[in-house]
Ligand binder design. Structure first.
Ligand SMILES: Cc1cc2nc3c(=O)[nH]c(=O)nc-3n(C[C@H](O)[C@H](O)[C@H](O)COP(=O)(O)OP(=O)(O)OC[C@H]3O[C@@H](n4cnc5c(N)ncnc54)[C@H](O)[C@@H]3O)c2cc1C
Length: 369
């Protein structure tokens, strides 16, 4: 008899899990809050263990076709003069030149396409109620329907809905790391197709990242947590960024004009998610929902690797969720925890807090190059 699984979130983790569980004979439903797939977003990586998983899914040719050609990051001043440069291959994750970078939404869409033969997708819906007993999980959807499943997996990102409903309010698990990030598509890159350009002021950074003839700008800035600032308050975010980046920013000035006009702005705090356990009965968390690294780690790589591990363990011990979830957590924590410990060092490299820090970073990256 086939086992039923509901996955909340058709992102990177949820789509990968849907593929593997569907392929292994599970009856899979995915509920996704968005109305449809998008095709843009921040560049993310498929590195290290995720490359083997993607190859086994047969999606590597499509991922390669969607990949950016970025090879280096140039640290520049406000006039665009290069101060230092870093080869991005210095951060390779063990799969050498098989590793790629592509837009987050493109990655999720390609992974989900792979899962379509194996899973039913419910777009524009979300879970509003969860109750579980020893044999299953009862779920109510916002659109009014409901269902009972053998397992429920929360793969619904940093602000996970399943985590809130089963484990409690996010304030208990989510730690603001003293920084915010906003990204938006912009009309031009600042270097060639192989170059990410970064400009720093103390505690602030602007990057422009080319990908497939398009570009994405990111504004990152150190700031204590701002109480009451919702992650969907578009006008509030624009005001905050414009105020933070006021003053001379040279060739990057027109990005603020594009920001003012943007309706496709990603904005969030840079946060780490840590929970003492990733499962409760028949419910488990996956990807950013359980262990977010934000932009300073290999979040997309780890989401793919985690989904594969969870599918393996659920397949290995059908009908024994405690055993499967414990084995998944034990295996995957070994990968995630060292990355979470490295988040502060990565943020110091990308967004030095002081002028002296910027000088030191540039000197260090000159040596690494
Ligand atoms: C600015 C930025 C830059 C980054 N750069 C990199 C990088 O260079 N390299 C890297 O490896 N990682 C990077 N990351 C991290 C990476 O994007 C994440 O770790 C990765 O996307 C996590 O995958 P996920 O599937 O867990 O979550 P997501 O990709 O966030 O997917 C979650 C899904 O759940 C859906 N959802 C949300 N709420 C609900 C709900 N209530 N009901 C149903 N569905 C819901 C969302 O719509 C989404 O489809 C970056 C992140 C950010 C913010």
């Amino acid at each position: 008899m086939s086992r039923t699984v509901l996955i909340s979130g058709a992102g990177i983790a949820g789509s990968t899990l849907a593929y593997w569980l569907g392929r292994n004979g599970f009856d899979v439903t995915v509920v996704e809050r968005a109305r449809a797939q998008r095709s843009s977003g921040n560049p993310v990586d498929v590195k290290g263990p995720a490359v083997d998983v993607a190859e086994a899914m047969g999606v590597m040719p499509r991922l390669r076709a969607a990949a950016s050609r970025v090879e280096r990051m140039s640290f520049v001043d406000a006039a665009g003069r290069e101060r230092s440069r870093l080869r991005l291959s210095a951060f390779q994750g063990g799969a050498g030149d098989r590793e790629i970078e592509l837009a987050r939404a493109d990655l999720a869409a390609i992974l989900l396409d792979g899962a379509r033969d194996h899973a039913e997708i419910r777009w524009a819906d979300s879970i509003s109620g969860i109750t579980q007993d020893s044999d299953g999980v009862d779920v109510v959807f916002e659109n009014g329907a409901g269902g009972r499943y053998d397992y429920l997996i929360g793969a619904d990102g940093l602000h996970s809905n399943v985590r809130r409903l089963v484990f409690g309010a996010e304030a208990g698990f989510l730690r603001h790391l003293g920084m915010y990030v906003a990204t938006l598509p912009v009309d031009r890159a600042f270097g060639d197709e192989r170059e990410v350009v970064m400009f720093n002021r103390p505690g602030q950074a602007i990057t422009v990242h080319p990908s497939k003839g398009k570009a994405v700008a990111a504004f990152m800035f150190r700031h204590d947590a701002i109480p009451g600032l919702g992650h969907r308050d578009l006008d509030g975010h624009k005001r905050l960024i414009a105020g933070t980046f006021s003053g001379p920013i040279g060739i990057f000035g027109d990005l603020l004009d594009q920001l003012k006009a943007a309706d496709d702005l990603y904005f969030d705090s840079v946060s780490r998610v840590r929970l003492p356990r990733w499962s409760d009965g028949r419910v488990a968390l996956l990807g950013d929902a359980g262990s977010c690294l934000s932009l300073f780690g290999d979040g997309s790589t780890l989401a793919i690797a985690a989904a594969h591990t969870l599918a393996e363990e659920l397949t290995r011990t059908p009908g024994r969720p405690h055993t499967a979830f414990a084995a998944y957590e034990q295996r995957h924590r070994k990968l995630v925890e060292p990355r979470q410990r490295g988040m502060r060092a990565a943020s110091a490299l990308m967004v030095p807090a002081t002028s002296a820090g910027i000088v030191v970073r540039n000197a260090v990256t000159r040596v690494i190059r």
